[in-house]
Write a protein that binds this ligand. Structure first.
Ligand SMILES: [Zn+2]
Length: 284
């Protein structure tokens, strides 16, 4: 597990900015109509992330939910002011495959316009909630391109019960004229793609596994890796959601008190930057 970490490759660090009650696994337990009445913790958690990144002098891409950006404009300005890339996680966190193309297009256009108004920057990146874009809904890439995005990071090429497209390419590729898909990192072992780009796996498995996997992608594939996490994953004090299954509870709350220390190690062990600088060099 002590793979040498290549020093030359810069990887892409990303944050999906959504609050603890907006995760897809809770959507049948928390009504969207109740979001406004639910205490939000996202701004304080994003501030912890900004401080952590500043300590390591690292920049990242923040895929931000439009619904939250509208309610926390100063948070959006702090993200941009610290030199990070602002990108879109859509407006209302609906999965792409649960929507009609016209609804999906409306949602991602609304988020882009809102984030551009708040930040004064062109928004180039989009990530679908729960990696809900893939071979079963190729129309979604067409919508993402039509909305004016230049890259998507909406595919996790692994096998998973809620998402995943194990046969999709592991590295950036054009999915529609003018639109590139930059998948979340996987490590290829015994003809299988294993998750290496964050999410619950980063909290579930020992840190050494993540370190080994990312180092292998850099060293064996010779490629940068795409890693992601959420603000609520650094917040062990978040209110507990009632009535969820044991599996969902385990996945959501496991090792929340360890995430920040693990991210610190990740920031120390590898080099990180924004997605646009790592993967879009030369793309306008
Ligand atoms: Zn999300």
């Amino acid at each position: 597990m002590n793979a040498r970490v290549p020093v030359g490759i810069v990887n892409a660090l990303t944050v999906d900015v959504e609050d603890y009650f907006q995760v897809s696994a809770f959507e049948s337990h928390i009504d969207r109509g109740d979001w406004d009445g639910t205490p939000r913790r996202v701004e304080a958690n994003v501030d912890r992330i900004l401080a952590l990144l500043a300590r390591h002098d690292a920049r990242a891409t923040f895929f931000t939910l439009g619904w939250l950006a509208e309610r926390h404009p100063d948070m959006v300005r702090r993200i941009v002011g610290a030199g990070h890339e602002l990108a879109s996680h859509g407006y209302s966190h609906g999965r792409a495959h649960d929507q009609l193309p016209v609804e999906f297009l409306d949602d991602i256009r609304r988020a882009k316009a809102l984030l551009e108004d708040l930040s004064g920057h062109v928004i180039r990146g989009y990530r679908a909630p729960s990696f809900s874009v893939g071979p079963r809904n190729p129309w979604a890439f067409e919508c993402i391109a039509k909305a004016g995005y230049r890259y998507s990071s909406s595919v996790y090429p692994i096998r998973h019960d809620h998402y995943g497209a194990p046969a999709s390419p592991r590295f950036p590729h054009e999915v529609h004229p003018g639109l590139m898909e930059v998948p979340v990192a996987t490590v290829r072992l015994m003809n299988t793609n294993l998750p290496a780009g964050g999410g619950g796996y980063f909290r579930l498995l020992p840190y050494a596994v993540s370190r080994w996997s990312l180092a292998r992608i850099n060293r064996v594939d010779g490629r940068p890796a795409m890693f992601y996490f959420h603000p609520w994953e650094l917040d062990p004090e978040q209110p507990r959601i009632a009535g969820i299954s044991a599996k969902t509870r385990f996945r959501h709350y496991l090792n929340l008190d360890r995430t920040e220390a693990r991210l610190s190690r990740l920031l120390r062990d590898f080099r990180w930057d924004r997605v646009d600088r790592v993967f879009l060099d030369g793309v306008q």
